[in-house]
Design a binder for this molecule. Structure first.
Ligand code: G3P
Length: 218
């Protein structure tokens, strides 16, 4: 399973990259706004700065909701760097745009996915990545992990090539559950990635090892 970081914050992206386990970055308009990035040129420069940190897979989302607008914007985003993946919402014109980009060899990430039916449609259109939002499904008292299992099962049966990119990850347990459920990728906040490191018995055990070494070498 690949690890993406779900942020537009450059220092967090660098920290995850330094850990050596990062395979990509996902952003969205809310995450860009959180970093105070606005205006066409600043947005372009920020995506370029992200691309300069990571090896590949930088999802940059279109703002347009009509087909022509998405094509124009997606082509502009894709021209920033070959690492850019055009992120497109799961709406009617979005599916048409995914089909267009797929035919042009431009990678896409179909976002705002909440049902297996939407997952089938995105795969049929040729999406490179599919982003089911598991935390937001959980927020509505449904089971986000079950959604990942269901999509993984359908994709395996049907032989769809679209990769399942589990998004809206809220904690480290979500990452473990997504791995079990068959997600190809998880995109997570830095805190959820770093949370995987933690276990109290690791800390206790290490303290004991160091204390014993110190005693033996006093
Ligand atoms: O990748 C999608 C993600 O940013 C949404 O996460 O926590 O806002 O539901 P969240």
């Amino acid at each position: 399973m690949k690890f993406f970081i779900d942020t537009a914050n450059l220092s967090q992206i660098k920290e995850a990259q330094d850990l050596g386990v990062l395979d990509g970055v996902t952003t969205n308009p809310s995450l860009m706004a959180k970093e105070g990035i606005n205006g066409e040129l600043n947005i372009r420069n920020h995506y370029k700065a992200i691309c300069d940190i990571v090896y590949d897979n930088v999802s940059a989302e279109v703002i347009s909701t009509d087909y022509e607008g998405m094509i124009k914007e997606g082509n502009e985003l894709a021209s920033i760097d070959e690492k850019i993946v055009v992120k497109i919402p799961m709406i009617k014109d979005g599916i048409k745009a995914i089909k267009y980009f797929s035919s042009k060899g431009i990678r896409t990430n179909c976002t705002l996915v909440f049902s297996p039916g939407q997952a089938i449609l995105a795969a049929k259109a040729g999406a490179t990545f599919l982003s089911p939002f598991i935390g937001r499904v959980d927020d509505t008292n449904w089971d986000g992990i079950e959604l990942i299992q269901q999509i993984a099962s359908i994709y395996a049966i049907q032989g769809y090539k679209t990769e399942i990119l589990a998004a809206s990850i809220r904690n480290s347990l979500h990452i473990v559950k997504c791995a079990e459920a068959g997600a190809d990728i998880v995109t997570c906040p830095l805190s959820a990635i770093m949370g995987l490191l933690k276990h109290p018995l690791t800390d206790i055990g290490l303290a004991q090892f160091l204390a014993d070494h110190k005693k033996a070498n006093a």
